[in-house]
Write a protein that binds this ligand. Structure first.
Ligand code: ADP
Ligand code: MG
Length: 886
């Protein structure tokens, strides 16, 4: 169906083709308009009115161009791309050097356009979530990565760039699952992959990151080599052992190209890719990170997460560093101890005063350096840089006498560049504007030319006042005024009453109701001088500022290095401050495989309680004797908290933090994995039990005797027997086939019998006590299984009638009797190959009595002879009394 569009809509559709997957901001006069589907999305996300064109009913919404930036930011944050379409030749709309306005959406002069034809329009910039450097969109404590995923064999090469800081990382992973994990850990704002890479698309969808498909040849390995070498020279590949896989180069080059095409500024400050292997860090998968609430808590916010407790950083770069440490705990003893040494030393140091003050003044030096390096900085940024460098110098001095090697190293990496700070101080005035075009940027005394022009411009007022006085005297008009407006420039204004006294050399410019406006040759000359002084001044100031900016940009690399060192120091300082305030201790790290914690606490739950309210608990686990700790106890007893605190302590120790305990000894742990049994809500369209089982399956792969596994109520999401059977089999497998340390919390009391069968299984439980008719949870872990009749006790305390309680006790006894075979072994444990296996299995889940009832139900009594009926009864009686089958 061919629709006849108006010329404007036809032009729109044409432009839209340049950026089909972006929301098109189509410049129309003073507005950016969105049409069709874009209008619907825009109206919803931006909460603005959706209308339609009266001419053709096309859906429409728009935002004023001069205040478009917050709207653009909102769409970007919501994961959309935004294409800016301007209505003039592109060279007058975007520039590469510094300008005001967060997105550099600089509006060209001119309104709706002269003449009858349409103005030419085209896309001048596509802003995407992964390629923005603008403060308006960035989150201070979070990195802003664009990630390129290149399928490579069964695995992927991954490369990620944060344009706000120039950080560039790259790695390769062997499987799709590992790629998903690593991408989740990097948490990119946007992903690019070759068109048709279904696996990458699925990962992006799962992680909720917007995906941009690009042509396959973006990922061409041979071409990648060239483009990386051109930009980074030999540095590309530095720090890798041997050649990086070609696919890594391909991913890195694709990421670079995408950023170059979409980023609105210079990228000279981009650092060479840092290659790493995921296996260099403790593995905490995404599910576990979520369960343990490392970065965000279960309600989706930061409050209540481990990060929220540990983050007392004073700089955004420090906050980003600390968050990074939490998701990349270390595996190397030396590096872990180096951080602990530093925290220990800072623990006793005065962290307020000079150090804190300097850090606060340093601010977000990293992103500042990004803006400087990208020539996007404004005069206030330059001023901030000068102050930050001076503060960095103070910090470096304050760290001078420190013993810890890591602190000394960081202090060494801080380069305060005093000559640069001095240069900024000499060049930029005390109160510069945001926009370098506004003038008033350059400090008095820096340039004689600036001073002269400024004096002239400033002096204009005096000159005008003198002229006004002189003209009043000459004409004898006491109310004569010299005025100025944008349209007419300078003029004399004379009220109607005095018109006859106007001197002959006055030229009329404009007639108003009560007055007339005039000019003279002298006034015109003066105006020309004043305006050209002002314009010249602004231009000169802009030129001087741009020159300074280019000079500063040349040092962006060193400034970024300084920022990184400051960030690391700030993270260490934060860990020390938290450790001291919350009473954490330095964990003892070794290369063994045991984990021993005395009086450990949960750092987050403890923080929400009054001092002393949280009950500390020990843990001792190792692969040889206490491999699988089975923790039983009723709901609300504290099982989950106990499990999580053990995991958190391990992660904290290896990220370099002190730990909430009286003492902790941690043998290096290679992975911390947790699984929490599903509740029965539905998520992602499949049963949560399915999710739970898939997660459980995934976690059984790759376990070593250094792994720490926490299973919390696994099997809860299905029927009791299914769930119990699965929980039992999983526990058994973990004991028999692995030496991973396992903490297994369960309400399936039957599992405690596993300890009879398996030597490295230990039964623990949460102590509880009855007191004044109430159940008291003591929150203390004890080395014995939970009392079986616990639930009945609670029921009794809750006031269920005595007869029901009595009956419940009897039924429980029967059930318990069924749990063991004649030899006292746990029935659940019996293998299928054992004698009478089938019967035992039946017996377990369908007690004898049940089968008897089934048999009675099946009997066709009305067809039976009395003898047959008697025989049936006899048979049943014999069976129930333990006799053989007939
Ligand atoms: P379970 O998993 O056994 O049902 P939880 O671990 O969820 O129990 O704990 C229930 C609540 O008990 C927690 O929300 C917390 O408020 C409190 N709690 C748990 N452990 C402790 C402890 N060691 N000291 C103090 N309070 C605790
Ligand atoms: Mg629980």
């Amino acid at each position: 169906m061919a629709i006849k569009h108006t010329p404007l809509i036809a032009q729109y559709l044409n432009v839209k083709r340049q950026a089909p997957d972006a929301i098109l901001f189509f410049r129309l006069g003073d507005f950016y308009e969105m049409f069709f589907e874009d209008a619907e999305i825009g109206a919803r996300v931006l909460e603005i009115q959706l209308t339609s064109r009266s001419k053709d009913g096309v859906p429409l919404c728009g935002v004023p161009y001069h205040s478009a930036e917050p709207y653009v930011a909102k769409l970007i944050k919501a994961g959309y791309k935004v294409a800016i379409c301007e209505q003039a030749a592109p060279e007058t709309t975007v520039g590469s050097s510094a300008k005001g306005g967060a997105f550099q959406l600089v509006a060209p002069a001119g309104g709706r356009g002269a003449g009858r034809g349409l103005m030419p329009r085209q896309v001048v910039r596509v802003i995407t979530p992964g390629t923005v450097g603008e403060e308006l969109v960035l989150v201070a404590g979070e990195k802003n990565f664009l990630l390129a995923a290149a399928p490579d064999g069964g695995g992927y090469a991954l490369a990620a760039i944060d344009v706000s800081t120039g950080e560039f990382i790259a790695t390769r992973v062997g499987t799709g699952a590992a790629a998903r994990e690593e991408i989740a850990r990097i948490a990119p704002r946007e992903i690019i992959a070759p068109r048709g890479a279904g696996g990458a698309a699925a990962i992006a969808r799962e992680l909720g990151a917007p995906l941009s498909a690009v042509a396959e040849d973006w990922f061409d390995a041979a071409a990648a080599e060239g483009s990386l070498a051109r930009r980074f020279g030999a540095e590309w590949r530095a720090g890798t052992d041997g050649e990086p896989a070609p696919a890594i180069g391909a991913a890195a080059a694709a990421a670079m190209r995408y950023v170059e095409e979409n980023f609105g500024g210079d990228l000279a400050y981009l650092r060479a890719p840092r290659l790493y292997r995921a296996a260099e860090f403790m593995l905490v998968d995404e599910v576990s990170r979520r369960h343990l609430e490392l970065i965000v808590s279960s309600d989706g916010g930061r409050a209540g997460s481990l990060l929220s407790i540990l983050d007392e950083t004073l700089t955004p770069v420090g906050a980003r560093t600390l968050a990074n440490w939490i998701v990349y705990p270390l595996l190397e003893l030396g590096a872990i101890r180096a951080r602990h040494d530093a925290v220990e030393e800072l623990f006793d140091a005065d962290l307020g005063g000079e150090i804190a003050e300097s850090l606060k003044r340093i601010g977000d030096l990293e992103r500042l350096a990004g803006r400087i390096g990208g020539l996007r900085a404004n005069p206030r940024d330059a001023l901030k840089l000068g102050q930050a460098l001076t503060a960095a110098e103070h910090l470096k001095r304050a760290l001078g006498g420190r013993r810890a090697a890591l602190i000394a190293e960081l202090a060494g990496r801080i380069r305060p560049l005093p000559e640069l700070a001095a240069r900024i101080d000499a060049t930029i005035g005390d109160e510069p504007p945001n926009n370098p075009r506004d003038g008033n940027t350059i400090r008095a005394g820096f340039s004689a030319e600036v001073d002269e022009l400024r004096a002239l411009a400033l002096d204009a007022r005096g000159v005008i006042a003198r002229l006004e006085a002189a003209e009043r005297a000459r004409s004898g008009i006491p109310s004569l005024k010299v005025r100025y407006n944008q349209v007419f420039g300078y003029y004399f204004e004379v009220t109607r009453a005095h018109l006859e006294r106007v001197p002959a050399d006055y030229e009329r410019k404009q007639t108003l109701v009560g007055a007339e406006r005039f000019t003279t040759a002298g006034l015109k000359e003066l105006e020309r001088k004043i305006l050209s002084a002002e314009a010249g001044l602004k231009e000169l100031e802009l030129r001087l500022f741009t020159g300074l900016l280019r000079e500063l940009a040349g040092s962006a690399g060193e400034i970024l290095e300084t920022a990184a060192a400051v960030g690391e120091f700030d993270a260490l300082r934060s860990l020390a401050a938290v450790a001291r305030r919350r009473g954490y201790v330095r964990p003892e790290m070794d290369s063994g495989r045991a984990l021993a914690v005395r009086d450990g606490r949960h750092p987050v739950i403890e923080a929400g309680m009054k001092a002393g309210e949280f009950v500390p608990n020990d843990v001792a686990a190792d692969p040889d004797e206490r491999q699988l700790l089975l923790i039983t106890g009723p709901n609300m007893a504290g099982k989950s908290t106990y499990l999580r605190q053990v995991a958190l302590i391990a992660i904290m120790a290896q990220m370099g933090s002190f730990t909430p305990a009286v003492a902790a000894r941690v043998g290096l742990i290679d992975r911390v994995l947790t699984r929490i049994g599903a509740r029965d809500e539905l998520r992602r369209g499949e049963s949560t039990f399915m999710v739970e089982m898939r997660e459980t399956a995934r976690l059984l792969e790759g376990l070593t005797d250094r792994s720490l596994l926490l299973l919390d109520e696994v099997g809860r999401g299905t029927s009791t027997f299914d769930g119990l059977a699965i929980a039992w089999a999983v526990a058994e497998y973990l004991h028999d086939a692995t030496r991973a340390k396992v903490l297994f919390a369960t309400h399936f009391h039957e599992l405690t019998e596993l300890a009879r069968e398996r030597p490295r299984v230990k039964n623990l439980s949460m102590a509880a006590r009855e007191w004044n008719g109430e159940v008291l949870f003591l929150r203390r872990v004890i080395e014995e299984p939970a009392s079986r009749s616990y639930g009945i006790e609670v029921a009794r305390l809750a006031g269920l009638p005595a007869s029901i309680i009595e009956r419940a006790r009897r039924i429980l006894k029967n059930l318990e009797a069924g749990e063991f075979d004649e030899a006292g072994g746990a029935r659940l444990a019996r293998g299928a190959e054992g004698a009478g296996a089938a019967a035992a299995q039946m017996g377990l889940f369908a007690p004898l009595e049940r089968r008897v009832i089934e048999e009675l139900r099946a009997a066709e009594v009305e067809r039976m002879t009395p003898i047959e009926a008697l025989n049936l009864i006899a048979r049943i009686a014999a069976r129930l009394n333990g006799g053989g089958e007939s």
